[in-house]
Design a protein around this ligand. Sequence first.
Ligand SMILES: C[S@@+](CC[C@H](N)C(=O)[O-])C[C@H]1O[C@@H](n2cnc3c(N)ncnc32)[C@H](O)[C@@H]1O
Length: 213
Amino acid sequence: MEIRRVRAIYDARARSYDRTVGFGERLLLGAFRRAFGAELRGNILEVAIGSGLNLPFYPPSVDRVVGIDLSRRMLVEASSRANHLRCPVVLAQMEADRLAFPDGSFDTVAISLALCTVPDPAATLREMARVCRPGGRVVLLEHVRSPVWPIAALQRLLTPLQERALGCHLTRETVETVRNAGFAIETDRQRVFGVFRLVVARPPLDTRGAMQM
Ligand SMILES: C[S@@+](CC[C@H](N)C(=O)[O-])C[C@H]1O[C@@H](n2cnc3c(N)ncnc32)[C@H](O)[C@@H]1O
């Protein structure tokens, strides 16, 4: 789907986004947002931050937060949540695969429920690796194609609907994409038949090498 179309979808849904995902999300994600937050340290970039649903789970010890998103209206929603954090927070409209930050700018680069929507997940991961400092960590909370075939079949059936509604693909094999991009996976937690994955990974040291993939 064209990026303009994805932006239009999220701009249009921004005000109602939290309400519409609320119940399903609590049921499906359980404590994964809290666990995601617990992995964040230091100077943080959250890519495709959306309405900022992770912000309440950021530890008080984080130094600085930068959140980027394609949709300006989702960022407006995020800004009201950001007010509660004690550290400086900067929100900016930006595309995930063209991050306007120098190499090695962040201790932690995080993303949740968005590698399913970006046009090229491998390109986004390369950018995330590039802006992460050497020795830093990338934290992902994503839904992926289930390893359980009836669930994967259902996901395949539902993908056209989901794509039309949210620009989102249900059958991406994101953990494999992370591995193929040269990341070293440290932990990989799963929920709901392996659909939801919380992954902590070290980016490849030579991001220029990874870019040639
Ligand atoms: C399903 S929402 C998830 C939002 C948030 N990360 C969360 O966990 O609630 C997907 C978000 O990704 C953003 N997005 C989609 N494609 C993007 C891109 N190419 N660059 C930056 N943000 C993007 C959308 O605007 C939307 O806010």
